[in-house]
Design a protein around this ligand. Sequence first.
Ligand SMILES: O=C(O)CCC(=O)C(=O)O
Ligand SMILES: [Fe+2]
Length: 471
Amino acid sequence: MDAFVRKKPRLSHPADEPEDSTDVKLAILASLFSAVKQDDLLDILVSCNGSVEDASSLLSSQNPAKTSISPPASKKRAVSGSSSLGVQTSLSSHILTTSRDGSLVPLTANKQRTPPTTKGKTLHLYSPEDIAAYTPCTIVHNFLPAEEATALLLELLDESEHFSRYEFQVFNRTVQSPHTASVYVSTPEELRQQTSEYTYGGTYRANVRQATPQLRLISRTVQRTVNEEIQKRIRDVYPHGKKLKHQSPKQWRPNAAFVNCYDGPQESVGYHSDELTYLGPHPVIGSLSLGVEREFRVRRIIPPEEENTEDEGNPKSPSKDRKASSSSTRADAQGQISIHLPHNSLLVMHAEMQEEWKHAITPAQTISPHPVSGNRRINVTYRWYRDTFHPRYTPRCRCGVHTILRCSQRKKETRGQYMWMCYASFTPGKQGCSFFQWAVFDDDGEPVWGTERGGDSDGSVPRLDNFSGSQ
Ligand SMILES: O=C(O)CCC(=O)C(=O)O
Ligand SMILES: [Fe+2]
C-alpha cells in the first residue's frame, strides 16, 4: 500500500510527470487531524493554495487538540456523505433497457461501461451487477459460510491486538497511518524475508506475522473464487475475451495477506493504488471484509487532457490559485464511486484496477455496530507476491535500497509504461538519488532484464509459499 508516499522532488528522467498530489496532501492532513472531515480538509487545503504546511498550521492554530473543526462558512461545499446533496444512488433500480420482447428490464453487465458519475458527486453501488459494470471490481456477497466468517473475524480481532500503525516521514515529521495493520505470510523463512529483504517505504517491515489457522483455511476458497472471477472478467469484459497485455496467465496463488483493522468510523485509508513492486503489472487482489460495513471508494485516474480545465487557461486566475484548484478539481473530476462492503463480502480488484484507478476507505459519518466486532472492521487483502519480482532480482538504486515499480499514469507520451524508480524520490521531504529505469515485461508480465539490471541474482529462486500448500 503506498497511500502516503511518492511525489514531490522534480526529477529529470523522461517519465517525470506532474502527479496528482492532492491525495497525498489530504492523506497527510487526515493522519494529522483525524477528527476533521476529508471534505473540510480539502477546503482548507484549497484555501491555503495547496500548501500542507500552511493548512496544517491553520488547523493546529484553530484546534490544537485535533478535534473536529469547521472551515469558514464561505469555504464550505457539499459534503459527499450519504445524507448530503452530492449523492447518486444505485443504478440498477433506475437504469432500464428494452428487452427483445419490448418490455423494460434492468440493464445487466456484460461489458464495462462508463459510470454516470459527475464532478463532486458520489455514486453509491450495492449490487454485484452494478459493481461489475461500472468499476474494475467484482463482489461476492455472503462469501463464506456464516460460522466460518465469524470464526475468522474472532481470530483476527484477537490478532489485531498486535497490529500497529505504519509510520512514514513527511518533511521533519513522523506521520502514522489512520488505521492499524499487519502482514501475514506462511512460514518462518518467509517472515524472515519479509522483515529483512522486502522493503516498504525504504525500510523493512517490522510487523509481519505467520498466517493463523483460519486465514490459511479460507485462502483456499479465496483462491478458487478469485480465479473463477478472473476468468469471468476476461470472458465478459476484456476486449476479444483475452487477458490484458502484461497480465499473468497463471493461476492466481495468494502467498501474502495484509490485514487491516479500522477501529471506529474515523479510521480510514487515503486514496492510493497498491504498490506493484512485488506483485508485477496488472495484479489481482482478493479483499475480504469482516465486521462493520464500510464504504470503499474508487475513482479513475484522469489523464490531464480529459480533465475539465475550465479555469486552467484563464489568464485572470492567479497562477497559485489555478494550481490548487486544478489539482483538487482533478481529484474529483469524475466524481467517486462508493462500493458498500458488508460483513463477509469478497471484493476482487481486477487486473485493470491498480494502474488506472485509486481506492480508499473514507472516514464515515456513522456506522452500524456489528454484533461480533462492535465498531471495528477487519479487512484481509490476499496478494500474490510473484517469484520473479523477489527483491533479489529487482534493481537497486544508488541510495542502496530497492527500487519501486510504478506505472506512468498521467503523462500522455509515457502513459501505461512501467518504470523502476528510487523510492525516496517520491517521499515528501526526502532527497532521492533519482534512479530511473524503464521496466520491460513480456506479454505475460514476466520481467525482461537488460544488462543494466541492479539486482544480485545468485541463481537460486526464493519463493513465498501459497497459504494452502500445493493445490
Ligand atoms: O480496507 C480495505 O478494504 C482496503 C485496504 C487497502 O486498500 C490496502 O490494504 O491497500
Ligand atoms: Fe489498497
